[in-house]
Ligand binder design. Structure first.
Ligand SMILES: [Zn+2]
Length: 502
């Protein structure tokens, strides 16, 4: 069959409620189960065709097309990766239940079907490329940074959400039609909110109509064009209306997403955007998105877990841009304006070369305890590792986690020169701030009723229904540890008690 006669599908390129969005013809993705980042939309696969939105056939191809776009992005940005935590093929469930949501649980991506009570229209979270790319982002990050999954820190949890939202934004900017739409909507002024900076518009509108203005902005779940600056999340309220910042990961993530958007804008201007004609703006935006993605992906891989994770990521974005001093200064300045990556922070870099891994390990506290994990990167000639340590929690304020442990990490990295000798090393032992942050994080979870007690025995879907993202698990070594069960896309504010969870 030649290209012209091949069956076509129709898909939304951006969120279904994104300004004036209409399904457009597209080519059905093929061989979706092949590596890297293979995936399978569960349920019967309909023949390719131009189906109507809100039909099972449309939903199938819409999800497949969005996952294919995510695969293309991450194959480019993370060329050494490509295998999911659940295995070589990630299942994606189009309708896992009723509700306004979606989540990832280390087994599959699960999407839901809800309704907008104001319009009576169905809302399939899987029909939004924003939401599909966000959930796939959680799974990609989990693949390359499995240590962040259980990391007991506000900023590690918020980073998962920022990664998801940036995944949505970067997937969108891989599409020339959306690059054009954004430069048209903003007239080349990218610091203006637009159809790509706003994520999950349709779901937000439905949540807004169903639960009221406290749960979502009327026009987006979140917007990367925002004015939030960094402040320690443990000092923030545990919930706040969508217009304000709280410690809740979906709220706090907006600091980093916003900062990355600022980096994108700065690079766009550096590449001649905002001054020239439309084609020049489009070219500058596509290039700026590509470069922002590269910096963010590199920083995501290399930043060691810890309480101040946003700062560590921000500093590595600056470092990743160091090849061009003018660019590095623009990146640093954008992050600094958000209170990220202060110029005087050294962050372990430049530590004296100890010669060998053993020397680095000996500098970590706590002798023989813990478990070592290492990751090698050929591209960067780097070896990274961490040692996990149990931090035990005692007190009623930890709820079901009273008496259980969380794992905190001492991390190290080694870099090698052309001859294979160690040229730089750094260690990041978890300190008192990390332990305090971990305790505050678990108190935060306990206060929200987000922890299932040991022996609860419920599966991820059931725990999701009860709003429990974490569970105390009795592990083989006899220790009860707090583990994450799922990570979701949700509204940024607290939900009124007893009114369900969007
Ligand atoms: Zn999420």
């Amino acid at each position: 069959m030649d290209e012209a006669s091949a069956a076509r599908i129709r898909v939304f390129l951006n969120d279904p409620a994104g300004r004036g969005e209409k399904p457009v013809p597209s080519v059905p993705p093929r061989e979706t189960e092949r590596s890297p980042w293979g995936f399978r939309v569960e349920g019967p696969a309909p023949l390719p065709g131009e189906y109507e939105p809100d039909t099972p056939e449309f939903l199938h191809w819409q999800m497949a097309a969005a996952l294919e776009r995510a695969r293309a992005l991450w194959s480019r940005l993370l060329p050494e990766a490509g295998e999911w935590v659940p295995g070589p093929v990630l299942p994606a469930v189009p309708v896992a239940g009723e509700g306004l949501n979606a989540f990832y649980d280390r087994r599959a991506l699960r999407f839901f079907r809800g309704e907008n009570p104001a319009t009576g229209e169905p809302v399939h979270s899987g029909e939004s490329p924003d939401i599909v790319a966000h959930e796939a982002g959680h799974a990609v990050l989990d693949s390359v940074r499995p240590d962040l999954w259980d990391a007991p820190h506000f900023e590690a949890a918020a980073f998962h959400e920022a990664f998801g939202d940036l995944a949505s934004i970067l997937v969108a900017f891989d599409e020339p039609a959306l690059v054009r739409a954004v430069t048209e909507e903003t007239r080349g002024e990218l610091q203006i909110s637009n159809l790509v900076s706003r994520v999950a518009e349709e779901l937000a509108a439905a949540a807004h109509a169903r639960f009221g203005p406290g749960v979502a902005l009327p026009d987006a779940l979140r917007d990367a064009v925002n004015g939030f600056s960094y402040t320690g999340p443990a000092g923030l309220p545990s919930s706040a209306p969508p217009e304000a910042l709280s410690a809740e990961p979906h709220s706090f993530c907006r600091v980093l997403t916003g900062a990355c958007w600022d980096v994108l804008v700065a690079l766009y201007r550096a590449f001649g955007g905002g001054e020239g004609d439309a084609p020049r703006n489009e070219e500058a935006l596509a290039r700026a998105a590509g470069e922002t993605g590269r910096l963010f992906a590199e920083a995501s891989l290399s930043a060691p877990a810890g309480a101040d994770f946003f700062q560590r990521v921000a500093r590595r974005m600056v470092r990743a841009s160091a090849g061009d001093p003018a660019t590095a200064e623009r990146v640093a300045e954008s992050l600094r304006r958000r209170g990220l990556a202060p110029p005087d922070a050294r962050d372990g870099e430049g530590a004296a070369p100890p010669g060998l891994i053993r020397a680095a390990l000996q500098r970590l506290p706590g002798e023989e305890e813990g478990e070592f994990l290492t990751r090698a990167s050929r591209r960067e000639r780097a070896l990274r590792g961490r040692r996990k340590r149990d931090l035990f929690l005692h007190g009623p304020e930890y709820g079901p986690a009273d008496g259980a442990a969380v794992e905190i990490s001492d991390s190290f990295s080694l870099r090698f020169g052309d001859e294979g000798f160690v040229t730089a090393s750094a260690v990041y032992p978890a300190g008192r701030e990390d332990e305090q942050d971990a305790r505050a994080w678990v108190r935060f979870l306990a206060e929200r009723g987000a922890i299932a007690p040991a022996g609860d025995g419920s599966g991820p879907l059931e725990l999701f229904g009860r709003g429990m993202s974490h569970a105390v698990v009795a592990e083989e070594d006899g220790v009860r540890r707090l583990r994450r069960v799922w990570v979701m896309r949700r509204c940024s504010a607290i939900l009124p008690k007893g009114r369900g969870r969007p």
